[in-house]
Design a protein around this ligand. Structure first.
Ligand SMILES: [Fe+2]
Ligand SMILES: [Fe+2]
Length: 405
């Protein structure tokens, strides 16, 4: 077993261990000499690393996705651990235990596959049962579904993550379907198929990325193609039912700007979108807390999936904690608002975490209270403006100046 894992690193520890290279940059010091700026990882997380000296000797001997044995010192830099590398050597993958380096679902994959099959076998609608079984009985779907992540980085971004996401959604659908009196078989069909295109959209042999098909088509279009192929093998499948399933796949991102060409237009499609959003957001929140690299303070680093920092309730509730010392300032309690408002503090539905169009990297937000030029000391400090809000405000300003002009 590998030792130590990233999650076990301690400040001032001298470490000799093997890591997977997740990012590699060759940069220049002011003297013109090169140095290495890396992100090293294993299945428990990732750590930034710098090699200031002798970088020239090793920088061409390894690349991203290679394994390296490093010796270095763990330091704290800007509230995060950083490994200062003294020695680095590439190691062959045959010498490492691959399972130590790739994040994997904590659930048993065979158990989840059996769970999905039992959901499908309980369907009362024979056409939907036959369709879903055609997917589950496809050996290629079976083998890919056992390992595919649900996203490159936003939620369930680990091997088996897609299957875990589908199983979690299926449980939510079983509770919420009867509550709203919808067609449960249709809803569960949507749950099983909505992200099925991801088994071909994402590449997941080493670090996660997009396949060429994934880049060019996306998982909604790929899922439609898979659906078409399966329905061809079921000649008596009702044409109208097919249209409903196609709509659920196409609309599950919920909004046009997140890659859905149509908005969810009937109960099962609306519910599918909200279950998908809920499950992906809750997993993104769990991941933000688990992978947080800040060594102190009550806030995690910025979560692109949730577009915010997450409050470390665990640290806050420790008896010895003092919130004033961290620089976290709280605004006055908001006035009561009607349920479902979209102001600060409400769930943000602006982003679909698995949408590659919106899932690009985003610069880290400043930590701690935001200081705005001209803001009154001690006054209410608004949250950083989102890119979307900025675009919206600009569009409104342009419209306003046009109408004045
Ligand atoms: Fe999706
Ligand atoms: Fe999903």
């Amino acid at each position: 077993m590998k030792s130590p894992y990233v999650s076990e690193l301690q400040p001032s520890q001298v470490v000799t261990a093997v890591f997977l290279v997740q990012h590699k940059d060759i940069r220049q010091k002011k003297t013109g000499e090169p140095y290495l700026s890396l992100v090293l990882g294993d299945r428990t997380g990732e750590v930034e690393a710098k090699m200031w000296d002798n970088a020239e000797e090793v920088m061409d001997t390894f690349d991203r996705d290679d394994f390296v044995r490093v010796r270095g010192l763990v330091q704290i830099h800007q509230n995060r651990q950083q490994l200062m590398i003294q020695k680095l050597q590439r190691v062959d993958e045959s010498t490492v235990e691959l399972a130590d380096f790739f994040p994997t679902t904590r659930r048993d994959v065979g158990e989840m596959m059996a769970e999905l099959r039992s959901f499908v076998e309980s369907f009362r609608n024979p056409d939907l049962r036959a369709l879903c079984l055609a997917f589950l009985n496809d050996p290629d779907v079976d083998s890919r579904l056992r390992v595919a992540p649900a996203a490159k980085s936003m939620h369930h971004a680990y091997l088996g993550g897609l299957l875990e996401h589908i199983c979690s959604m299926a449980k939510l659908a079983q509770w919420l379907g009867p509550h709203y009196g919808v067609d449960e078989d249709l809803l569960l069909t949507g749950v099983l198929l909505h992200d099925m295109g991801k088994i071909y959209e994402l590449s997941y042999e080493r670090s996660f990325g997009y396949t060429a098909e994934g880049h060019l088509l996306g998982h909604l279009a790929i899922a439609l193609r898979m659906l078409d192929e399966k329905i061809r093998s079921l000649p008596s499948f009702p044409a109208k039912l097919r249209v409903l399933i196609e709509h659920m796949i196409l609309s599950h991102h919920g909004q046009l700007e997140f890659g859905s060409p149509k908005l969810p237009a009937f109960a099962e499609a609306v519910l599918l979108h909200h279950i998908d959003n809920l499950d992906s957001k809750m997993d993104a929140l769990r991941g933000a807390l688990e992978k947080d690299r800040n060594v102190e303070g009550f806030l995690t680093g910025f979560s692109p999936a949730l577009e915010r920092q997450i409050f470390r309730k665990d640290r806050y509730l420790q008896p010895e904690s003092k919130i004033e010392e961290t620089g976290v300032s709280l605004p006055p309690a908001p006035e009561a608002r009607p349920l479902g408002h979209t102001g600060a503090g409400s769930v943000n539905y602006r982003m679909t975490p698995d949408n590659p169009v919106t899932a690009g990297p985003r610069p880290a937000a400043p930590e701690g209270p935001v200081k705005l030029a001209g803001s009154r000391p001690g006054g209410f400090k608004p949250a950083p403006i989102s890119a979307f809000a900025e675009q919206l405000q600009k569009a409104l300003r342009d419209k306003d100046s046009q109408s004045k002009g």
